[in-house]
Design a protein around this ligand. Structure first.
Ligand SMILES: [Zn+2]
Length: 506
């Protein structure tokens, strides 16, 4: 048994600050130092020396397997010409084993001077003997050479999917074929790539003080290798993983004994702003004919929600624009009217650009939100103006009105979209680019602790420091409640403790 003292201990309970905390695998006591020593004389005292102790962080939206895989690949994100891209690819070819598939990501992350994709011929010339999978930075398309085309075509045929003629001619996979190519990656990575990917995942969670991740997994609708991996790892990892299977196949999720369904990939209600696919009620200002794209019909969505809801699964769906958010709420409303249930905690992911009527409706229906204030840290509202104009852009990540409505919100990174550091999200929420959306530091901490726990049905396990909960903590360099607000991003995680064991130290 151990006793921490000598620094601010932020409990996220009443009272907010404790002098000491006593724990082994679980927390036994949080409060007065003298009382702790009296009650637990055998506990070994450890001096925090002024450092701050907080509940371990929860990331409510990450894609662990996908992010880990990206780390193992070369990137052409910063290339600005076709020659530069081909140059990087040819260097990667030299490292390949005989049976390897070459994965590269980030195509057209920066504008390419020639303003076009690689041709099939260019790809075949630079990678003649291996399959090449070259992902675009937006992830909405994949460039492939002839070897990869053949491989993908064969796999697709097995489930009666067929390549579009144009896709085959250009070596550029769109829509369903693009999603399919993503799904093949875990099968085609070699053992060494898999090992590096896992190491990157563990490292990313631990050094950022993450003790629980809601990981949106699965690129195949059935028998996904990533999902099977995490199921096998249950209880063996130095952090908890809640698996959200990104499928609409309710029976498959039940067969695997999972409790959560949905996410991004196959569960996108709309796309994103820069490809013009985020769905809005009013048209884009840079293209007055474009309202974005809804990937589900109302009927299909309602059917899926009904089946998942009746199976007692927690549902979560990606929605960026107000029309996609409205579609989700409308479908939830229909299902909940027919089959009322109080503690469903169905979610909407991102809830990025909304309006007051939608906030009120979400509250009424008991919907909870997994949001990413870190997006505002990187992409302030000014970045959205080009697409949707000033007024709507100012409604992005509207934390203040959402919290005022009383909706539980969890914070997340959407890793690999951003890194898993919660202090970047806390910084983004407190220093929001739209002043009327800013929230307090304590509220921002809640997004990654107590309220995040609520989103994952894990509030009895973690999220605050209270006797009976797991001993999951982080020790950090500065007290977020007293540091200058503009410096929140600089706070560093010094140690991560999971179930009473130190699992990472700076
Ligand atoms: Zn996502």
């Amino acid at each position: 048994m151990k006793l921490y003292f000598g620094g601010p201990i932020i409990t996220m309970e009443e009272p907010l600050i404790a002098e000491s905390i006593v724990f082994d695998k679980k927390i036994h006591f949080a409060g007065d130092f003298k009382k702790a020593k009296e009650k637990f004389p055998e506990a070994v005292p450890i001096d925090l020396k002024g450092k701050t102790l907080l509940p371990g962080f929860i990331d409510t939206h990450a894609h662990l397997s996908f992010a880990g895989e990206m780390v193992t690949q070369a990137s052409v994100f910063h290339c600005t010409s076709i020659d530069e891209v081909l140059n990087i690819i040819s260097k990667e070819v030299e490292k390949l084993g005989e049976q390897d598939v070459l994965f590269i990501n980030g195509y057209a992350g920066m504008p390419i001077a020639e303003a076009r994709n690689l041709t099939l011929e260019e790809m075949d010339n630079v990678v003649p003997n291996h399959p090449l999978i070259l992902r675009t930075a937006s992830t909405h398309g994949t460039l492939v050479n002839s070897r990869a085309l053949n491989l993908i075509e064969k796999e697709m045929a097995a489930i009666e999917l067929f390549l579009d003629e144009e896709d085959r001619k250009e070596g550029y996979l769109r829509n369903e074929a693009n999603l399919f190519a993503f799904g093949m990656a875990p099968k085609w990575m070699n053992e060494e790539q898999k090992r590096i990917a896992r190491e990157a995942i563990f490292n990313s969670c631990l050094r950022n003080g993450i003790v629980s991740v809601h990981s949106l997994e699965g690129r195949n609708q059935k028998e996904d290798p990533d999902i099977l991996y995490w199921i096998k790892q249950k209880g063996k990892t130095p952090f908890d993983v809640r698996i959200f299977y990104q499928t609409t196949d309710v029976d498959e999720v039940l067969r695997l004994g999972l409790k959560q369904i949905g996410g991004c990939f196959h569960c996108l209600l709309d796309g994103d702003l820069d490809p013009g696919t985020a769905a809005f009620r009013e048209p884009y200002v840079n293209n007055s004919n474009n309202y974005g794209v809804l990937y589900f019909t109302d009927e299909d969505l309602e059917k899926f929600f009904t089946k998942a809801h009746l199976a007692d699964l927690q549902i979560c769906m990606h929605a960026i624009g107000d029309r996609a958010i409205e579609q989700a709420l409308h479908a939830y409303e229909k299902v909940l009217k027919k089959y009322p249930k109080k503690a469903h905690r169905h979610r909407i992911e991102h809830f990025e650009v909304c309006a007051q009527d939608l906030i009120e409706k979400a509250k009424k229906l008991g919907i909870v939100l997994a949001m990413q204030p870190v997006f505002d840290y990187y992409w302030p509202y000014e970045n959205y103006k080009f697409y949707i104009g000033e007024e709507r852009a100012k409604k992005k990540c509207a934390l203040r009105p959402i919290l005022d409505a009383g909706i539980p919100v969890g914070g997340g990174s959407d890793w690999p979209v951003t890194e898993m550091n919660p202090f970047l999200g806390i910084h983004g929420a407190v220093n929001h680019s739209v002043p009327s959306s800013r929230i307090s530091v304590l509220e921002a901490l809640r997004l990654y602790t107590v309220d995040a726990a609520f989103l994952g049905f894990e509030e009895n396990l973690r999220g605050s420091l209270k006797a009976g909960k797991e001993a999951d903590f982080v020790i950090v360099s500065d007290n977020p409640l007293s540091i200058e607000k503009k410096s929140l991003e600089k706070i560093q995680v010094l140690e991560t403790i999971f179930q009473g064991n130190s699992v990472w130290k700076k």
